[in-house]
Design a protein around this ligand. Sequence first.
Ligand code: AQP
Length: 342
Amino acid sequence: MTDAPKHPPLAFSGMQPTNTLHLGNYLGALKNWVPLQAKMACLFCVVDMHALTDDAGYRKPGDVTRSTYEVAAAYIAGGIDPKRSPIFNQSRVPQHAELAWILNCVARVGWLDRMTQFKEKSGKHTERSSVGLYTYPVLMAADILVYKATHVPVGDDQKQHLELARDIAQKFNNDYAVPGYFPLPEPVITGPATRVMSLRDGVKKMSKSDESDNSRINLTDDADAIAQKIRRAKTDPHPLPNNQNEFKGRPEAENLINIYAALSDDTAEKVMRQFAGQQFSTFKNTLAELAVSKLAPITAEMRRLMADRAEIDRILKSGAEKAQSLAEPILADVKKIVGLVG
Ligand code: AQP
């Protein structure tokens, strides 16, 4: 046995082009990616193959294409510098899918059976769900491990998938007697809004696929739509709480305070001290103003970028070339390790 190699820090993260990105994707992930670029090398992927896992009757091919450009535009508008951190779409780097197959043969059915997101997304129709939806976390593990990424900045909902990626990496290293070959990637879950909840139901995650557009703030919403959605957000009849203990049974209040804290780069405690005892109507007006002031520049830049798809395409293509140059030798190594010829 040789000593495990030390892996240089590298962050990888991605979002699915399943619909327009929302405030949860921004506060839980994208906003936290930006400062990471100064700390380590980063790769940011538009995981378009993951977007095929839901029902094709619901998802149209043109929607995946449009959304792929839009997610890339959101990355750039949100502060990712494509010259420093490659931005690319997953399907342009075939090594992700190739490694995913090998890792499918490492992961255990029992492990995937425990994935709560599959249970939530498949609902009562497990048997009619795509096999892709079931093995989605293995493709996600491949997305990360094909670069030997060490850090994965994500929202809280992805924690379980990250744990699975670590288990797969560990089992590969053990099974093939290559200690430390794959790093065990660390989730980076930061900020006061690691799980932004629906504006219509404080116990449900804000999600791109929620049927109600009023449940989320889209990064393409204009100022009026943002203000209206916040004013209509579900709350309770009590004034704003002044400490965390008073959040009990008040998920909507907790959600709005956390959103305010994340947008203003403050802690939830400080926001509570500022607004304690006030009515929600007053707080919502201030929150709406804050949200508009933070999101409007991103929305405007996304619109500008979306007007020139060719430019986004150049960025995705050049990002994919850089990503491939990193993934190719790792996949070649893996093939050798597992005994594939060629
Ligand atoms: N509500 C959320 N709060 C905080 N972070 C969130 N993320 C998603 N929703 C929230 C984070 O955003 C990143 C990209 O997510 P994704 O596109 O891979 O898909 P998802 O996690 O399944 O997000 P959605 O919006 O719910 O999409 P659909 O409806 O298509 O499944 C991840 O880092 C995620 O943690």
